[in-house]
Design a protein around this ligand. Sequence first.
Ligand code: ADP
Length: 190
Amino acid sequence: MAPEPVACFVVLGRQGSGKGTQCELLESKTGVIHISTGVMLRKAVEAGTEIGKQAKAIMDSGNLVGDEIMCGIVSERLAQDDVIEKGTVLDGFPRTPAQAEALTEILEELGIELRLAINLEVDDAQVIERMLERGRDDDTQEVIERRLQLYEQETAPLLDWFNSRGLLKSVDGSGTPEEVFENLSALVSS
Ligand code: ADP
C-alpha cells in the first residue's frame, strides 16, 4: 500500500489575527514545517537579494507582491526535504485566488495533500489594536488600512474557494494564544 501523503494546512485570517503565533505552536507540537511568506520576504529584504529589493517598497506600502514571485518562492520552499517528510502549515500564502490555484498544482506535483484551511476569525477593531501594539515597519495606521482593504478584496474570496472544496473550517481567534490553539489543534487532528 502507498504511504499516506503528508499534509499541507493553510491558516487564513486578517493581518494581526495571530496566524504566525498559531502556526509556530502547530509546528512545535506536531512537527509540520511552518512556512511564512512574510518572514521569507522580510529575510530577503534584510539579505538584500534581488527579490528582497523588489519586494521592499511594495511591502512598505501595504500592497501585495506579485503572484509570480510569490509562487516561485513557495514552490521552491515546498520542494525541500523537510516539507516532503513532515508536511507543512502555510501562513500568508495563498493570498489571492491565483495563488490558491497555483498551490493546488504545486502540491499535486509534490504528492502533498491539501488537507484543510483554517480561518482565524478576529474582527477589524481587534486586529488593528494588535498590529499597532506590534509596531512593525508596515504597522502604521495608513498601511494597516491598505492591507486590510486588500485582505477583503483579494484574500477573503479564498474562504469561498476553500469552502466550496470542502476544505474550510473556522476558529474563533479572539482568545489567548493557548485558547485559540486548543480549538485549532482539535480541527487539525480530526
Ligand atoms: P500581514 O499578514 O500582516 O500582512 P505578512 O508578514 O504575512 O503580514 O506579510 C507582509 C507583507 O508581505 C504583505 O503586506 C505583502 O506585501 C507581502 N506578502 C506576504 N505574503 C504574500 C503573498 N502570499 N502574496 C503577496 N504578497 C505577500
